[in-house]
Design a protein. Sequence first.
Length: 400
Amino acid sequence: MLKIVRGQSMLFIVLSLLVLVACTGNEGTENNEDDSVEQINNQAQETEGKSDEQQLPEEPKEVTNEITVAAIGDLLIHGILYQDARTTEGYDFTPMFEQVKPFLQKPTITMANQETMIGGEELGLSTYPRFNSPHEVGDALKEVGVDVVTLANNHTLDGGEPAIESAIKHWETLDMMYAGAYKDEDDRDSIRVLHTDENIDVAFLSYTYGTNGIPIPEGKNYLVNLIDKDKIAADIETSKELADVIILSLHFGTEYQRLPNDEQKDLVQFAADQGVHAVIGHHPHVLQPVDWVEGKDGNRTFVAYSLGNFLSGQDEIYRQIGGMVNFTIEKVTKGEEESINIKDPKFLPTFVTNSNRRDFKVIPMYQLSENELANASKYYQDIKKHMAQWVPELEFIESE
Ligand SMILES: [Zn+2]
């Protein structure tokens, strides 16, 4: 994973174009590259003498690259979860993700919303209403394939500045990209961009509606990004200079409501109008449907209004259901022209099981047995219908 600066990416584009010219010249001949360059020169000389025929420069070749991006919802580490993860040496959360690991590892980029700060044991672990979670939550996410965490949540300030600082230090030791909570102004102003091998650069932005009434320490607004249209618009403009694709995470909506409210819809429309490619929503603790929203320039933005809880100790049925949304980013390059297309949305509904409040596990719903959840298949069908109600082409992931 690389954070890149524009200069490097421009150099790459120039190099790519040179390679492209060489390849185009070689097309349809058995010559090696040197010969084909000569051939181009010869053609150029011949052309000079002709006035009756118009020679058009050869069309640049169209190159299509694709990556997949996946996102999971809230990781809300209640006391019951870290007690369950306790080992003789510390904490191990990886068994909880065992059954979803293959799905998390497969996409090019997997993002997760780390709702509770991983301030670590030294600061004292705590549960609702003011969470502080073990560092090992981060280790597990890294281990199971998460590449980016979003940290702007209503619980970001639960443990104050020390918890945020300690969490960020740990994310740094894991080389995990984070967005939404920062260590200082410079950190906040450095937009997170992930450069992929497929030459598609993706920017990540993350904001929350509030911090449960806990005031942000004076002069330290960088500690958590609050939703503010002007600030979001400015960050989107900067991101356009740095990346091909912009993914905006918004922690918003009404808790336990299965459909988005007007404020969510308004913010997503705003994001679409600014040219954001995808919006990932969370906070309601239950799943809300996905949709396509048209921006003012006719662009199309994909939105998951709420991804629900991915891992939590909450025990009401819809709060135990979450999931992973997945989509493909296609980048078509032709000469100087570049276009981005978001397509093939998919969803993997998941359920958090436990036996007598121990052995918590996130399980793909299609793999659930009636022993793990009574009426499992009825709930699964209900969730599929719910998620696809506005996007009938939404596919459900039902194999590894
Ligand atoms: Zn929340």
